[in-house]
Ligand binder design. Sequence first.
Ligand SMILES: [Mg+2]
Length: 211
Amino acid sequence: MLKYLLFDLDNTLYSARYGLEDAVSRRILAFLTRYLGVPAPEAARERRIALKKHGTTLEWLMAEKGFTGVDAYYAEIHPEGEASALEPDPALRDFLEGVPLPKAILTNAPLEHAVRILDKLRVRDCFTHIFDMRRNNFVGKPAPETFRRVLDALGVTPAETLFVDDYPFYVDGYRALGGQGVLFDEKNAHPDYPPPRIGDLRELGGFLGPL
Ligand SMILES: [Mg+2]
């Protein structure tokens, strides 16, 4: 029986059409171009390859490039005001409040980013926990130890927890643990992805079973 819902944050709790994550990617690329000292297309190519192996750009830089400047990196890619395009989402709030299970956030971003987004959407108090990159010792999704640490903190098993994310690589990691992973695929970009796959969070009601 399900006991918890675990949500990704970016492009899952709000639509990709706001362009927030694209803006983060542009800032990461600008940072990489400078840090690696290579042209932008080369930095983008290296990042693309690295993200097949690492959950985040930061983990790649720390593991393979000797990078230690985490605070400066986060300040650059998550500037204040980054959430200005977002709007409060009363429909999301209604949905979250209507599901009689506790809910938490697992994000590969830092807490300051998560708080900005959740406050802008006006849903922060709908979640019991925010597991961010610092709390996860800079090991992000889809690392199995990260999912396990989060579930241990929540006092639940993978089978008792529904995890929702817009990134197949992360849903794959959760399913590999025996967990119930749902792909949020708003733009129908992954039609061949094994179900469950939803285009609207409200479809989650169909997967919650008897509560
Ligand atoms: Mg996401």
